[in-house]
Design a protein around this ligand. Structure first.
Ligand code: ZN
Ligand code: FE
Length: 256
């Protein structure tokens, strides 16, 4: 089986678009639909025919392109059952633990409440690929618009159990500002310090800092490191629960 081709591109202010393509079957999926015109142009440049849209959550910057793409290609549009009333045009809804096929690969649905109540991530084990939407970011995580810290902590914990080599694509390029925050709560983490330097170099050249990997995030993303003694000491929360440490990190980041 040849690997799926992945076209990642920036659009809108700081969103990422991602298009997945299987050269063998021609099947092509857009992860979310941040900008219909940009996605249509990328598809056209490669001569790819859109067969699927995989929708992570209902926010406008992830769904606004659906209508135009649906009209042009009539793809299968797969999104969260729990948000089906808020996302127009879904042709199929999925929930936690569901699997479906894309280009002969099994795609697993992982429900990750926190950013929105019904947010889902798409995991393709055969390809070591995770599409994390606005749940997990490089060095950060999504804001809690519809969920509690316990919800988001649970969601991130599930993602962190995926294999270390899993490549993670996210909804936004927030890495540099996440990095500025991460070093304030995890100042002695050498892997993080090295990564921050690399990120600054990449951004200075206008390069994307994604995808990341689960293993890399576990070593450097404070929101996945609530058990770390250094972070706990820095927060003055040596004895606190993981959820409380997570909640404090999220609170500080919101004010940062
Ligand atoms: Zn969002
Ligand atoms: Fe977003």
């Amino acid at each position: 089986m040849t690997r799926l081709l992945i076209d990642q591109f920036s659009c809108r202010q700081d969103n990422f678009g991602v298009i997945l393509h299987d050269p063998l079957t021609g099947e092509t999926a857009s992860i979310d639909a941040p900008d219909g015109a940009v996605i249509a142009r990328r598809l056209g440049e490669d001569g790819w025919r859109l067969t699927h849209i995989l929708v992570t959550h209902h926010h406008p910057d992830h769904v606004e392109g659906i209508a135009a793409l649906a009209e042009a290609w009539s793809p299968e549009i797969i999104g969260p059952t729990a948000e089906s009333a808020r996302i127009a045009g879904l042709t199929r809804t999925v929930s936690d633990g569901d699997t479906f096929e894309f280009a002969g690969r099994s795609v697993s649905v992982i429900t990750t409440p926190g950013h929105t109540a019904g947010h889902i991530c798409f995991y393709i084990p055969d390809e070591d690929l995770l599409f994390a939407g606005d749940t997990l970011f490089a060095l950060g995580c999504g804001r809690l618009f519809e969920g509690s810290p316990a919800d988001m902590f649970g969601s991130l914990s599930r993602l962190s159990e995926l294999p270390d080599q899993t490549r993670v694509y996210c909804g936004h390029e927030y890495t540099q500002s996440n990095a500025r925050f991460a070093v304030t709560v995890d100042p002695d983490n050498e892997a993080l310090a090295r990564r921050v330097e690399e990120i600054d170099q990449m951004r200075a050249k206008g390069l994307p800092t994604l995808p990341t990997t689960i293993g890399f995030e576990k070593r450097t993303n404070p929101f996945l490191r609530t058990g770390d003694a250094g972070i706990r000491k820095q927060l003055g929360m040596v004895e606190a629960s993981d959820v409380d440490v997570f909640a404090e990190l999220r609170r500080r980041k919101d004010r940062f």
